[in-house]
Design a protein around this ligand. Structure first.
Ligand code: A3P
Length: 562
């Protein structure tokens, strides 16, 4: 806060101009009120005249809306943790209280968009704690350019609005010196970019600098003329809302924008610059094992981890074995959270990081979200006969004490109608839906090139794991070549292939993998064959299109369908 001018008369004129502009704009824009940001550290640190300007502005504090900037204008991403940010914010809050600045708007802005997007979790937490922030804005989501693609999102209950650019920056302060000549600014106002921005966005948030309001008063000039032009050649009625109401309105208009889509911060130079150096982008997987559940995904993980160059996400306290980031609510915990599962430094020898979450396969959201964050990742999926998969899932649920699985037999579960109790229907869904293989694969193929997707035959993995692991090594391009024929052995007691350890011992998967249970009743198999018929026909077409061989179970099912 410093009105840049040479004497106190000019300061007074500056404040008058601001108030006059506000009044003038109110004739064109209902309720128009300037929303002024403050960084208390700079109070009374200018020339005498500037310091007087600060005081004048503070004397008119009630004429404007106010929002906190950072106390020292530091970029929030440079603060490691919440408490150091809280400390800074508290200084600014004390300044506001001392000077009677009303601070109830629920709005805040971070210098240089830092910490807002890409998200710096401590900023959101500190904002909520100190200021009760509910709304902020940025030009960076998903990217600065093209400006027309900017969107909003909601993170950690804070609504992030897209901010537009008006063509006025800290250094554009003289009309005659406008880059490219003043006619460029006038063009933008009268039918050009700025006009189109207002025309095409039902809600526009602009931010300018005090320097645009001193000097040549380019700020007032631009917005008063813009409002005039909009008024004269459209029938739009402009109005201003307080930030929280504005943000609610925005997400009422664009509810689909609430959920963010995270991207790799290192893929955009501007994002990388406001991304903490401690958070390297190498902490992201190079490939994903997406499931579906019960097809042999854990065995595949065990085998992959035997390779010296491959490492997986670490288990976390709340995540058990799988991170399950892309499919559900964990996604909203943000990138910092996800990257915390990949601690290996990128230059370590095990640089083929991967993550296995077997519910990604049938998730509506996972393909789109994964493609946004790790667009070059390779994707591995395993397919077995969907009827066997459904049955294995049912057995899995029984041994985990799912009351519906304990109460109803498998046939009842898969055949029950829509009037069944909700817990039975929920179990039915998780038995049946992942088996709609073609539909789920199509969703992945809508976001990833076919060359990035490897479909493994689960029966082959179970019976000839070394051959399948060779295929996977080739697909991933991982070196050195690892000899699985020597490293795996069939364990007759377990009835499955296991890792061969030194001294001839074996490491097999635990009791929950390769369970002993009675074979599926023939009437259930017949029912499921018919249930999956169309899905399997679609799968055969899809594999044909991809030039992939059909697994034996699929050929048999197609025979039955004839
Ligand atoms: P069952 O327990 O029904 O036999 P997931 O790890 O995706 O949950 O898959 C579990 C299934 O992997 C098991 O289902 C089992 O059939 C299969 N599997 C394949 N190879 C295996 C292996 N080497 N060891 C244990 N289970 C294996």
């Amino acid at each position: 806060m410093a009105v840049r001018s040479s004497d106190s008369a000019a300061c007074d004129a500056g404040l008058q101009a601001l108030l006059e502009t506000q009044n003038l704009l109110r004739t064109q824009v209902a309720n128009f009120t300037f929303n002024l940001g403050f960084s208390g550290k700079f109070y009374h640190t200018g020339t005498r005249a500037e310091d007087e300007g600060d005081d004048l502005l503070l004397r008119s504090v009630d004429q404007f809306w106010w929002f906190p900037h950072m106390w020292s204008h530091m970029q929030p991403h440079l603060f490691r943790n919440e408490s150091s940010l809280v400390e800074q914010m508290v200084l600014n809050k004390e300044f506001a209280l001392e000077h009677g600045i009303p601070v109830r708007s629920g709005y805040a802005v971070a210098p240089h968009h830092s910490g807002v997007y890409p998200v710096h979790l401590p900023l959101y937490a500190a904002w909520r704690k100190v200021w009760g922030v509910q709304v902020t804005s940025t030009e960076e989501y998903p990217h600065l350019k093209p400006a027309r693609h900017r969107k909003g999102f909601v993170h950690d209950s804070i609504m992030v609005l897209p901010r537009q650019t008006c063509g006025l920056f800290t250094h554009t302060i003289f009309y005659k010196e406008y880059p490219g000549g003043p006619q460029e600014l006038d063009k933008s106002i009268r039918g050009g970019e700025l006009f189109l921005t207002v025309l095409l966005n039902p809600i526009s948030v602009f931010m300018t600098h005090l320097s645009n309001y001193g000097n040549d008063r380019l700020g007032p000039y631009t917005f008063v003329h813009l409002a005039d032009f909009v008024h004269s050649c459209t029938n739009l009625r402009l109005q201003t809302l307080p930030p929280v109401q504005l943000a609610r309105k925005y997400f009422e208009l664009f509810p689909e924008q609430r959920d963010p889509l995270w991207q790799n911060p290192c893929d955009d130079k501007r994002h990388k610059d406001i991304w903490s150096r401690e958070k390297t982008c190498g902490h992201l997987p190079r490939f994903l094992v997406i499931g579906p559940q019960k097809t042999g995904t854990t065995a595949l993980c065990l085998f992959l981890l035997m390779h010296p160059s491959v490492a997986s996400s670490l288990p976390g306290p709340q995540t058990l074995e799988e991170v399950q980031f892309f499919n559900g609510n964990n996604y909203h915990k943000g990138l910092d959270w996800y990257m915390g599962f990949f601690p290996t430094p990128p230059n370590a020898s095990a640089d083929f990081l991967f993550e296995k979450s077997s519910s990604y396969f049938h998730s509506e959201d996972a393909p789109k979200r994964a493609a946004s964050l790790v667009p070059k990742a390779k994707i591995i999926t395993i397919l077995i006969d969907p009827s066997d998969r459904a049955y294995s899932w049912y057995q899995h649920q029984r041994s985990h004490g799912d009351p519906a699985a304990l109460r109803f037999d498998f046939h009842a579960v898969v055949t029950t109608g829509p009037e069944a109790p909700p817990e039975l229907l929920a179990l039915q869904r998780t038995c049946l839906v992942p088996g709609w293989y073609a539909a789920h694969l199509e969703r992945w193929l809508a976001h990833f090139a076919a060359s990035q997707l490897l479909i493994i035959d689960g029966q082959q993995l179970r019976s000839y794991p070394a051959t399948v692991m060779d295929e996977i090594q080739k697909f991933l391009g991982v070196t050195p070549h690892y000899n699985y024929s020597q490293a795996l052995t069939f364990d007759p007691q377990k009835g499955f292939w296991c890792q061969l350890l030194e001294g001839g011992k074996t490491r097999c998967l635990g009791k929950s993998k390769g369970r002993k249970y009675p074979p599926m009743a023939s009437e259930s198999r017949a029912f499921l064959s018919s249930y999956y018929r169309d899905h399997n026909v679609e799968l055969a077409k899809l594999l044909h299109r991809l030039g992939q061989p059909l697994p034996a179970w699929l050929r048999q099912e197609l025979q039955k369908a004839r």
